[in-house]
Design a binder for this molecule. Sequence first.
Ligand code: FAD
Length: 521
Amino acid sequence: FLHSVSQIKNGFFNAPPPEGPEDEYKNVAIIGGGTAGYLTALLFKEKYPKMQVTLIESSKIPVIGVGEATTPEIRSFLFGVLKFSAHEFYEKVKPTWKLGIKFFWGLPGDYYFNYPFGWPDVKSSYVADGDINNSSLTATLMDQESSFVVAANDGRGLQQYSTLSDDLFYALHLDNVSFINYLKIKAQEKGIIHIDDLIVDAERKVDSDELAAVIGETGRRHVYDFYVDCTGFSSLLLGKTLKSEYVSYDKSLFCDTAIVGNIPGVKKIKTYTYAESMDHGWCWNIPMRGEDHRGYVFSSGYCSIGEATDEFLRKNPEIRNPGIVRFKTGRHREICIGNVFAIGNSFAFVEPLESTGIHMIITEAKRLVNNFSELKRSPALRKKINTDINDNWDYLRDFLAIHYKFNKKFDTPFWKDCRALTDVSGIQDMIDLYHEVGLLSCANKSLVRMINSSIKDVIFGLVGFDVMMMGQGEIPKNFDRSVRNQHIWKSNVETWKAIRSLTVPVDKDLDILNEYLESRW
Ligand code: FAD
């Protein structure tokens, strides 16, 4: 009894008294139950199964809730690091497959280009066809909206199915709400403590950057060693309490609002995300099973919400339930202050033009959890993580900025300003090299090493840079058209097209793939 009274006096309402070395954090509370909160909690529990991990969220504040496109990293994280059963995941969350992004972007007219995952050979494709749309097997499949389930006759009149999934680099489209519901179940199974409370305040330790407690709306004190701020755009701990300065990206990225809506009753499920230029921004399409999730990201400096809604509905008359999301683009100066680390929208946000939100959550969560045992004793480590993550985000800003700077599709005031004013100074050296030396992914090894060591890219690679420049019709001034072994390239393309001709229609592939996965996992 005495022991528990002293615990209450000391405020140890939820966490047991810490045991173990004094210079390590012993327990952790994650504030926020969106994608960032649950993925971080699950990663903590995976890495430190004995640690007390608590997730506090408020059922009064909804999650973002839109369809989310991802990068291939999601699969290795869910099925490799977190060890989820792929079969169970497909059954419960019902994702769709994503081979890349189709950009209706760059040049006037019906023009589009494919940005497939993997390592497309844009040079050979461009030299052969004058575009980059068949730069890999993945791109070839995207080009004709083909699935990646292949059907062949077994010679006895029976159809046999196999999938190209082992040979392709692909990602998933997820419904945010189904995804989080699934993560909640996994968190419960793993013993993560769940508390529903609206956090309204935080107490700081005397003369320290550290937090002593967070306070719920009924006055309840939640006391832990370490706090992860996953409160989304409100950035309750990092931004509001610890006042980490906000570094805006608004000189490079002008959009600040999205109208989101669904198109029900869609039978054909596309195997890619698409991004289409609009008068004052761009529109995404994320295919879910039975419906498409669509959103118009625009700049309120160039049109009102009413004007943007009119354009969105005029171009997509089937949209149901349009809703508005306001956002700002940028990051905080520090991701980690004292015993607080922010993950997800509470630290940084850029529009989903390259589907990078969840990728960055995973990057941040890994950085925290993999370094957690040294974090308390090493300010230098905290500083290093801050610098590194900031550089990752700044490269992301610059990479997105080239999507605006070089897009020549429309001549509206928004796009004219994008071409004239978008700040690409962070990536100007790569743009100059591209024009003067040629495709960066084809540069000599020493130059590739030099560029890679100067940028903090965790997603795209130099080939991603080349795709975005070539795709938008920016051909290097010194474009070297010579292709070694052109006959091999031609036969590759023939093979890819032959494989494509065997694929089943996209509206059938999910059922077949589910059955196939069931037999494998
Ligand atoms: P949220 O989902 O907002 O979750 C915040 C959580 O914090 C909620 O559980 C809430 O209850 C809790 N909370 C907040 N305040 C308190 C409080 N005071 N007390 C207790 N709990 C609190 N990412 C992609 O990877 N792909 C995409 O295609 C994509 N599309 C997007 C489109 C739009 C329009 C927007 C805005 C974002 C998009 N994102 C996308 C990014 C996406 O938001 C994030 O990847 C992801 O959903 C992470 O959100 P979060 O967990 O940081 O925040």
